[in-house]
Design a protein around this ligand. Structure first.
Ligand code: PRP
Length: 212
């Protein structure tokens, strides 16, 4: 598994504002989207392209276009939805599938409650969006789901991750093609499995609290 942790002052600056508990919801949403666009640049470094011929106003030339099947972007509901626009801005022709997952607050086990993905993902490059990689249970389950459908290359983009989460994904990935792109690697997990220092509950900060 390849792991990339961002190291750019603009990303760290935006992350600092995102982490601040006094940052209001509209700013939080905007920053998640902006951070996604910055991380997407690295995450799509190996997106598949093929040569194509075009004619400029001056002369014919060879360029590249995205190969088919087009990449599939998969935000993990709820919090991953906040990253979708930031990714689509960079790859507007990609297709989008949805996975709804929630982590049980006691057992920390993820449950899949919604799924809207193509039946076959054979030959697809998939880009999974979830701001938080805590224990890694949710992302590991999502990656498993995509490989079971036939995906052959999965890149996960998370705003924050933990060493525990990275190890869980490494284990889940085995020798399959998985890339992890993180905005920052935090210290670890609290007793309640929250990322520390983290940013709190990304889903709640984006969309408000839900009753469980
Ligand atoms: C959060 C987060 C991840 C998951 C991370 O979602 O967005 O999906 O928890 O935890 P893990 O790495 O330990 O599995 P949550 O279950 O709170 O759902 P939400 O996005 O609907 O708020």
């Amino acid at each position: 598994m390849r792991v990339f942790v961002a190291d750019h002052p603009l990303i760290t600056h935006k992350l600092t504002v995102l982490r601040d508990k006094n940052t209001p919801q509209p700013t939080f949403r905007l920053l998640i989207e902006e951070l996604m666009t910055l991380l997407a640049y690295e995450a799509t470094r190996e997106v598949r392209v093929e040569p194509c011929e075009i004619v400029t106003p001056v002369s014919p030339t060879t360029g590249v276009r995205l190969s088919e099947p087009l990449p599939l972007i998969v935000p993990i509901l709820r919090a991953g939805l906040g990253m979708l626009e930031g990714m689509v801005k960079l790859v507007p022709t990609a297709e989008v599938g949805f996975l709804g997952m929630v982590r049980d607050e006691e057992t920390l086990e993820p449950t899949t409650y919604a799924e809207r993905l193509p039946e076959s993902l054979a030959g697809r490059q998939c880009f999974v969006l979830d701001p938080m990689l805590a224990t890694g249970g949710s992302l590991a389950a999502a990656i498993e789901f995509l490989f079971a459908r036939g995906a052959d290359d999965v890149t996960a983009i998370c705003v924050l991750g933990t060493p525990e989460g990275v190890e869980a994904i490494r284990k889940a990935a085995g020798d399959r093609r998985v890339t992890l792109v993180l905005g920052a690697l935090d210290d670890g997990l609290t007793d309640q499995a929250f990322i520390t220092p983290g940013l709190g509950d990304a889903g709640d900060r984006l969309y408000g609290t839900v009753d469980h």
